[in-house]
Structure formats: structure tokens, C-alpha cells
Design a protein around this ligand. Structure first.
Ligand code: SDX
Length: 428
């Protein structure tokens, strides 16, 4: 029997339907609220209590620290799947058969070429340009070279746009890094797998043979899986709302890249390393930074800590922390900031300020330590997050379009001046 919610406004009662998801989450369906009440709306800055959609892609339980892609636990996927398999799962809803995965891989490789004229756009950026700004610009610019990927209505047109961006985005990400590092823009090698090809495009030095490194490949593949989707986070909500105007996939993704750049969101992985390096330079004085994080008059926050949904350990942070130990061990790297990070985590988890607010390490707290060990510069950490999140953004955009969701257009409560007559400048 479907449940109802009753609200009373100015002495009048209204009943609203309550919907239940497959994991027994409940939501009050307010689709009819404004018309039923003659104009009453809800308000919820940051949408902390508001659902934007019903989605079948990713399930989070913040209290229990659960994350599942299409019903599969993140722990199993990180252990047993590879990134391209997970990308297929997120976008199309099922783990691919061998044939499906081979076709997906072949179609992506067939579309991995990036027009040589894109290099002229890259050349226009100063070397010091932040890679996220370059990457979002290049992603938008792709429209000029792939006009048929803009107005995609059929599933086939969507598929073609999807394999195009899945093929080109790793190239744009690698080229962004190489421009930043003063290296020639390397093309990939279609005999390699998706992630290994990306590593080669990133790191192959002009005069050296590319040598595969299984530790680096496994670590990066796992990191990309862990970043692949996270339901309606800030950047995904941006991709969905831009796409809801029927703007094309590439420009919707470009908007998502810009939202991810913010230090409160994906930009936190860069901010965490900068914070840990500052603490190291400050003699490892973690207590000083803990005090700053708790001081309401100090804008400093403990980067990599806290989460809108997780009020328990971020399951991704647990996996990444374990992987950081393994990768540094396998590569024989001693990185003092890993010890600083662990010390900071221990202190925070014993400090009532963090415990009372349920602030735990999130996905960004340890990821940068692995990227650093893999030789990825700090400014490239958030582009790495974007590369991981690409299939999730695509999956969410595709679901929104296939569900024919309406254009996103929130209402507001006006709190400005009431009607007043124009004043001549001499009277102001
Ligand atoms: C990502 O949404 C997603 O799913 C995102 C993501 C994904 O995969 O897409 O998981 C990726 O963005 C992870 C988050 C990365 N950001 C950071 O690590 C930046 C540091 N964290 C915070 O800025 C903060 O925790 C947020 C932005 C992540 C969440 O902020 P909320 O949900 O708006 O919570 P809030 O700001 O209302 O904080 C509640 C309280 C406040 O104190 P009081 O006013 O109650 O006294 O906790 C405090 C905050 O001041 N607080 C922190 C803190 N985070 C929250 N205090 C110190 N350091 C922090 N990191």
C-alpha cells in the first residue's frame, strides 16, 4: 500500500505521495505541491534533503558506508573488474559479455583519434594554465570537430557520441599533461588496453621505449574504478542539468569538469597534497592544522575530510588507503606525507569536533599520495578524477535523456525589494 505524507499550511491539509526505492529509501513526491497549494514550494540550499531524480545507476548508503554500481559492491568491482568493464556496466546497466566488451573496446579505439587542429588550441594556452581549465575547454571544443555528436536523440546516436568521447578524453587528458610538462603530444597505441594506453600517452618519453609497469597499471585502473560514479554529486548534477536543456554530451561533460574543479569537490585531491606538504614544511605540526580546521574564524578546512553523504568511512578511502601502502611498497617509495596523512587521520578520528560531526576521510584524502607515487604532478590530480568519473557522467546523462526528464529549472523565494517607482538620478 503506497504511503502518503500530510502537510498542513495555513490550516489546510494536503496529502502527497511517498515513493520507495529498491533499497527502501523514502521520498515525498512534491511534483504536484505548487499547483495543489496555489504556489507553495520547498527550499533546500545545497539540496541536502532534496532528490533531483530516480536513478538506477549508483546506490550510496552514507550511514553504513555502502557504495554499489548497478548493484555490484565497489569492493568487488575494485578487486575483480577492470575500468573498461565498469564503464560499460555504469553506462549500459550490465557487466559486459566478452563479445560486448571487445566491441566496446574496438569502437572506442576506432574513435580515439583527435583532430590535429586541436593541437593548435592547446598551443594557445600558456604552459602554466591549470589542466582542468585546458581539459574543459578542449572537451567543449571537440564539438567543432564532431558536430554529429551534438543533437543525439536515438540510442544509436548516443552510442556513437559515447564511444567518441570515451576514445578521445584520455587523449585530451594526456595531451593536457604533456603540454603542461613541455612534452610532445604523444598518440596512443591501439594494441594496448584502455588504461595502459593512457599511461603510455601520459608518460612515454620521446627518446625512450615505453615500458609497462603492472603496479602502476593496476593502481591506476583501481583508482579510476573507485572514481567512476557517485550518484548525484555536484559535478554529476551539473552534467544532468546542462544536458536537460538538450545541450550535447560533450558540452555537458565540460560543465561537469568545471564543477569538479572546485576544492570542495574533486579539486580536494590537489588541495589535500598541498595541505600535507604545508604541514610537512611546517615541521609536521598536525596539531596546528587540526586547530585551524576547528576554528570557525579560520576558513581552513581539513581537506579530504567530511562528505555530504558519508557519515561513516567513505568505502573508497579505505580501499585507496590500503592501495597506497601497497603501491609505495611495490615501488619502493618512502613518502613522508603518507605518514603525516595517517597521523592526521588518527588524530581527527579521536577528536570530538570530527567525531561529533561524523567527518571521516573521503575519496580525496589518500588518492593524491598514489598519484604522486605514480609520477603524476599535483595539478593533474583532478583531471585524473575527471577521467575516472567520465563513465559515470555519461551514464547519468544518458539515463536523464532516455528517461526524457524535463529541463532543470528550480524555483526560488524572492526576498528583495517590493514594487517601487523609478527615481531620477538627481533624486537618488
Ligand atoms: C568529493 O558529493 C560527492 O559524492 C562528492 C564526491 C564524489 O565522488 O563525487 O565524493 C567527491 O567531492 C569528496 C569531498 C571532497 N571535499 C573535501 O574534502 C573538502 C573538505 N570537506 C568539506 O568542505 C565538506 O566536508 C564537504 C564540502 C565535503 C561537505 O560539506 P557539507 O555536507 O556541506 O557539510 P557542512 O559544510 O555543512 O559541514 C558540517 C559541519 C560544519 O561545522 P558546523 O557548522 O556544524 O560547526 O562540519 C564542518 C563544517 O564546518 N566540516 C569541516 C569539514 N567538513 C565539514 N570542518 C573542518 N574540516 C572539514 N573538512
Amino acid at each position: 500500500m503506497s504511503q502518503k505524507a500530510t502537510i498542513e499550511i495555513e490550516g489546510k491539509k494536503y496529502e502527497l505521495p511517498v515513493i520507495k526505492g529498491t533499497e527502501n529509501e523514502l521520498a515525498i513526491d512534491i511534483k504536484t505541491l505548487r499547483s495543489a497549494t496555489g504556489g507553495v514550494i520547498t527550499i533546500d540550499p545545497g539540496f541536502k534533503n532534496t532528490g533531483s531524480c530516480e536513478s538506477a545507476i549508483t546506490f550510496l548508503n552514507g550511514e553504513e558506508g555502502i557504495l554499489r554500481y548497478r548493484g555490484y559492491s565497489i569492493e568487488e568491482l575494485a578487486e575483480k573488474a577492470d575500468f573498461l568493464e565498469v564503464a560499460f556496466l555504469l553506462i549500459f546497466g550490465e557487466l559486459p559479455t566478452k563479445e560486448q566488451l571487445e566491441k566496446f573496446d574496438t569502437d572506442i579505439k576506432a574513435n580515439a583519434h583527435v583532430d590535429e587542429d586541436v593541437k593548435k588550441i592547446i598551443d594557445g594556452f600558456p604552459k602554466a594554465a591549470h589542466p582542468m581549465g585546458v581539459l574543459s575547454s578542449l572537451t567543449s571544443a571537440l564539438v567543432a570537430f564532431n558536430p554529429s555528436s551534438v543533437n543525439v536523440d536515438s540510442e544509436e546516436e548516443m552510442y556513437n557520441a559515447i564511444v567518441r568521447i570515451m576514445g578521445k578524453f584520455p587523449v585530451l587528458t594526456a595531451w593536457t599533461y604533456r603540454k603542461h610538462s613541455g612534452l610532445p603530444l604523444d598518440y596512443g597505441d591501439s594494441s594496448l588496453g584502455y588504461v595502459e594506453n593512457f599511461i603510455k600517452m601520459m608518460f612515454k618519453k620521446p627518446a625512450d621505449e615505453y615500458k609497462s609497469n603492472k603496479v602502476v597499471l593496476d593502481a591506476l585502473d583501481k583508482l579510476l574504478i573507485l572514481h567512476a560514479d557517485h550518484e548525484q554529486n555536484c559535478s554529476t548534477s551539473t552534467v544532468r542539468i546542462v544536458g536537460s536543456s538538450h545541450a550535447g554530451l560533450f558540452v555537458s561533460l565540460s560543465a561537469g569538469i568545471n564543477a569538479l574543479w572546485g576544492p570542495l569537490h574533486g579539486g580536494a585531491n590537489q588541495a589535500v597534497i598541498e595541505m600535507l606538504e604545508a604541514i610537512e614544511e611546517d615541521g609536521g605540526d598536525t596539531k596546528k592544522y587540526m586547530a585551524k580546521a576547528k576554528d570557525k574564524n579560520d576558513p581552513f578546512r581539513l581537506m579530504g575530510f567530511g562528505h555530504r553523504v558519508y557519515k561513516n568511512f567513505d568505502p573508497r578511502a579505505k580501499i585507496i588507503k590500503k592501495s597506497a601502502d601497497n603501491v609505495l611498497g611495490d615501488l619502493g617509495i618512502e613518502d613522508p606525507i603518507l605518514d603525516i596523512a595517517k597521523g592526521l587521520e588518527k588524530e581527527a578520528l579521536e577528536d570530538s569536533y570530527f567525531v561529533d560531526r561524523k567527518l571521516y576521510p573521503n575519496v580525496d584524502f589518500y588518492s593524491g599520495i598514489i598519484y604522486r607515487a605514480l609520477g603524476i604532478p599535483t595539478e593533474m590530480f583532478t583531471p585524473m578524477f575527471a577521467l575516472g568519473r567520465l563513465p559515470g557522467w555519461i551514464a547519468q546523462w544518458r539515463e536523464m535523456r532516455l528517461n526524457k526528464e524535463p529541463i532543470g529549472r528550480p524555483r526560488q523565494i524572492y526576498i528583495g525589494e517590493q514594487k517601487r517607482p523609478f527615481k531620477k538620478i538627481k533624486d537618488r
